[in-house]
Write a protein of this length. Structure first.
Lengths: 286, 243, 333
């Protein structure tokens, strides 16, 4: 029983990071209606950048977002102008083709530089255990989840209270009206895409404190973040957090009470059921 | 005793969240007539069409088509019964040619053997001969509206709902369209219900006009009665008199 | 005149068929080249089948390898347990895949799951099946289940050479092309193209969108499932890794890049891109691992960005130009 609670808690903590990743996707999809199939690969890339910074410059994984965040923002910003901007005119199918191409490219680059075997950082300052009764929680997971929640809250504030944030939301509500009101959609889109991408830098850094990375990882994170988004629906930031926790919890529950191999099964079954029964998501407004 | 109506809408209501787009609307269409449905933007005309043709499920009320209850029925079944429509925002099959677009409609009542004859007939009827091999994606708006009409005509409807078929057309294009619609009504006996902003078309074509405002029917009558109705002038013509 | 025009239209197909038939005679000695051409044809079958649901009906299905895996496991298990010939296994595998497609597709279309959400749920389906077969110890499990070895047995569809497999896959390709062609000239084909453009507009002129999509999905799943039976024999084992999301996505990408809804488009894309990729893999693979994938990805991106209609129209133009040069303007289609 304690074992199950411990796993559930761990899953819920992991879910906070999923929510952070899904937030980036939600900004891109919700605002620009751009279907990004490379989002998971952005997470993978961030994890490798974190690994590189940790391995070559002996930086702690927790601190690497200071470098990778601007780096990934720039990367997302460039990706927008080089690729995404040109796909807006076409059907979503073209966007999928382009972003899948990008995903394959990133996977190939990761494989060329870091090879196929998993990589991990040996040390992080937030390693350790916390004991509560019979329950054992990794400090790194706890802190990673806490940082994710804070980051989600900050992004929420940014979207609600600041001028660029409002521009992003205005563009998501009604592009034509927003451009009439003087919002330059290109800049706003590039900003959104950059921000959405940069958030994966934070997630990548946090994940690397207790996880390893390999080139196929992007696929899993991509699908997971779409699951969280589908569950939450568009337009609700707190909903994302709850959905992330549900997905993480479901994963952990399936692992501990059913079969360790079934973790993804549980997530995808939830995903498919949500799409069937509640296409707006649990908290969506459209 | 009046003839049995081809379409009878009673108490139809459609809400989107808190917004009531169509509120308790009741309308009767007599077979063989041309009826206009007018009203300012946002009056609920398109929503009403969507609710009739099965694209929206109404929250309350009933739609009877030729005596059959079609409330909440799927669009393609309603089409089989003999009702089709066009769209305000043109929904063209841009990768199909004009001929093939009409063919999609014609399959509604015809098998592979007679299909080509039917397609040829409809294309001739709608005066699209010169464009039959062109892709819909390459056509002008006026032609697209004509193609959309043609594919609906090809399904051999008894009742055709036209959602702003005249919008964005020049004077000559409008005259051509009106001529086709008149022939459709006289020769094939198709009942027409037109949502329209273009007054020339409404006044020139329709025998009866229904006026919607804010989701409710505010007036009904002949074109002459409608243009004298003070409620209509206030709600509709008053604001739009400047053209 | 008319028959002449038709001949001219069919000419590339005939030339292609002759070339395809004699390829093994030229490269048959070299096993590696045989793998390459078989792989190309194999992707050609999948992408051509995908054209029915993806290209025509506009449903971006990313579950090709789910149906492929189902076919492979059905036929492979039948062969292993009851010594059922894969020729029958092909049909049964196709039926299982199509039946599964109906089970999944009905609620998807009933509840109006569309566009990106349809794509994602189909991608998730592949993963669900992979894990399910990993956990299902009676049929799947983590260990490869090897099919009986035979140097050359038509009954078991097992050969030491790739040449017979090549011809079997070629046969499947011809069937897939033929089915595609027939559908594109029928009521179903016009209905699919119409609803792929606008479901609402198709519905109001009498198209039962759900039923048509379901039919398209089942036909596609059947062809892919039957191909899966051959795939299992070709590799000589069955394994849950057959349910592969990345490769499923690739099938869809080939379909998109070839030209949505054009019968020969996906095949063209498969021939050019897959052979290019496999060629690069062979020649660059050793010096820098995965470089070929990176180049492949860049090519995909460039085509998708600059030829959103696909590469098939380009070939059409080139062929018309060639014709006008060789036989004069009036025969150019």
């Amino acid at each position: 029983m304690e074992n199950i609670i411990q796993n559930l808690l761990n899953g819920a903590l992991m879910g906070c990071i999923y929510a952070l990743i899904a937030l980036g996707l939600s900004i891109v999809f919700g605002v620009m209606n751009v279907v990004n199939f490379a989002h998971g690969e952005f997470v993978m890339l961030s994890m490798y950048f974190t690994f590189a910074a940790g391995a070559y410059w002996v930086l702690d994984a927790v601190t690497t977002p200071l470098i990778t965040f601007p780096l990934l923002f720039l990367f997302g910003w460039l990706t927008y102008y080089l690729l995404i901007d040109r796909t807006l005119r076409y059907r979503y199918v073209t966007q999928i083709a382009v972003t899948v191409g990008l995903a394959i490219l990133l996977r190939a680059i990761a494989q060329m530089i870091w090879q196929a075997q998993p990589r991990a950082l040996p040390y992080s300052m937030i390693q350790g255990n916390i004991q509560i009764g019979g329950i054992n929680i990794l400090t790194s997971r706890l802190i990673a989840a806490a940082v994710s929640v804070v980051a989600i809250f900050l992004v929420y504030l940014f979207l609600m209270k600041t001028w660029p944030g409002r521009a992003i939301r205005a563009a998501s509500d009604d592009l034509d009206a927003a451009s009439l009101a003087g919002v330059n959609y290109r800049q706003t889109y590039a900003l959104s895409f950059g921000l959405g991408t940069a958030l994966t830098a934070l997630a990548g850094g946090l994940l690397m404190t207790f996880q390893q990375v390999d080139p196929t990882m992007g696929l899993r994170f991509g699908l997971l973040s779409w699951c969280v988004l589908a569950l939450a629906g568009l337009g609700s930031v707190p909903g994302l957090l709850i959905s992330g926790v549900i997905v993480g919890g479901a994963e952990a529950l399936a692992m501990s009470v059913w079969d360790p191999r079934s973790r993804l099964l549980a997530v995808y079954l939830i995903f498919i059921l949500v799409l069937w029964l509640r296409p707006r998501g649990l908290f969506g407004r459209k | 005793m009046p003839p049995e109506p081809i379409l009878q809408i009673s108490g139809l209501t459609k809400r989107f969240g808190n917004l009531i787009a169509v509120n308790d609307v009741s309308v009767r269409l007599e077979p063989g007539t041309i009826v206009g449905l007018i009203g300012p933007n946002g009056a609920g005309k398109t929503t009403l069409f969507n609710a009739i043709t099965g694209l929206h499920t109404p929250d309350a009320g009933r739609v009877l088509f030729k005596g059959t209850d079609i409330t909440g029925m799927l669009s393609h079944k309603i089409c089989k019964l003999g009702m089709s429509r066009t769209f305000q925002v043109v929904k063209a099959f841009s990768i199909l040619t004009v001929e093939d677009t009409v063919r999609v409609g014609a399959y509604n009542r015809h098998g592979e053997k007679e299909i080509q004859a039917k397609v040829d007939e409809v294309i001739a009827f709608c005066e699209l001969e010169d464009f039959r091999r062109q892709k819909c994606g390459d056509l002008s708006l006026a032609l697209l509206r004509r193609v959309e009409l043609a594919r609906a005509v090809a399904t051999e409807p008894e009742l055709l709902l036209l959602d702003e078929a005249g919008a964005g057309l020049t004077g000559t294009e409008l005259d051509g369209l009106m001529a086709i619609l008149t022939r459709l009504n006289r020769e094939k006996g198709v009942t027409l219900c037109v949502v329209e902003h273009v007054m020339k078309m409404v006044m020139g074509l329709c025998q009866r006009i229904v006026v919607l405002d804010a989701g409710e029917v505010i007036a009904e009558g002949t074109p002459a009665e409608i243009s004298d109705n003070p409620k209509v002038i206030e709600a509709y013509l008053g604001k739009r008199a400047v053209r | 005149m008319n028959t002449k025009q038709r001949t001219i239209k069919m000419l590339p197909l005939l030339v292609g068929l002759v070339v395809a038939l004699i390829v093994p005679l030229i490269v048959g000695k070299n096993q590696y080249n045989m793998v390459l051409v078989t792989t190309v044809l194999f992707y050609g079958v999948l992408a051509t089948a995908w054209n029915i649901i993806g290209g025509m009906a506009g449903q971006l299905d990313l579950a090709a390898w789910a149906y492929l895996g189902l076919g492979a496991f059905t036929s492979g298990t039948l062969l292993l347990r009851w010594n059922v010939t894969p020729w029958l296994g092909m049909i049964l595998g196709g039926l299982v895949a199509a039946g599964f497609a109906a089970l999944v597709g009905y609620p998807l279309f009933r509840f109006g799951v569309k566009e990106v959400w349809y794509a994602l749920s189909s991608a998730a389906l592949v993963e669900v099946l992979r894990v399910a077969f990993l956990m299902w110890d009676e049929v799947g499990g983590p260990v490869e289940r090897y099919l009986p070895f035979h140097r050359a047995s038509w009954y078991h569809m097992r050969f030491a050479s790739y040449v017979p497999y090549y011809y079997i896959v070629l046969g499947l390709l011809l069937i897939a092309l033929f089915v595609n062609y027939r559908i594109s000239r029928s009521k179903l084909g016009y209905y699919l193209l119409a609803l792929g453009e606008s479901e609402d507009a198709a519905e109001v002129i009498g198209v039962d969108a759900r039923a048509c999509k379901l039919k398209a999905l089942m036909i596609y799943a059947f062809i892919v499932g039957a191909t899966g039976a051959v795939y299992a024999c070709l590799f000589g084992f069955i394994h849950p890794s057959f349910f592969n999301t990345a490769q499923s996505t690739e099938v869809a990408i080939l379909g998109i890049i070839g030209g949505m809804g054009i019968v020969y488009g996906p095949l063209l894309a498969a021939i050019i891109l897959v052979s290019g990729r496999e060629f690069m893999r062979a020649n660059l693979g050793s010096s820098l691992e995965s470089l070929y994938l990176a180049i492949y990805a860049v090519v995909l991106i460039v085509i998708a960005l600059f030829r959103p209609q696909g590469i098939a129209p380009l070939f059409r133009k080139a062929y018309d130009w060639l014709l006008s040069r060789v036989v004069g303007e009036r025969y150019a289609a």
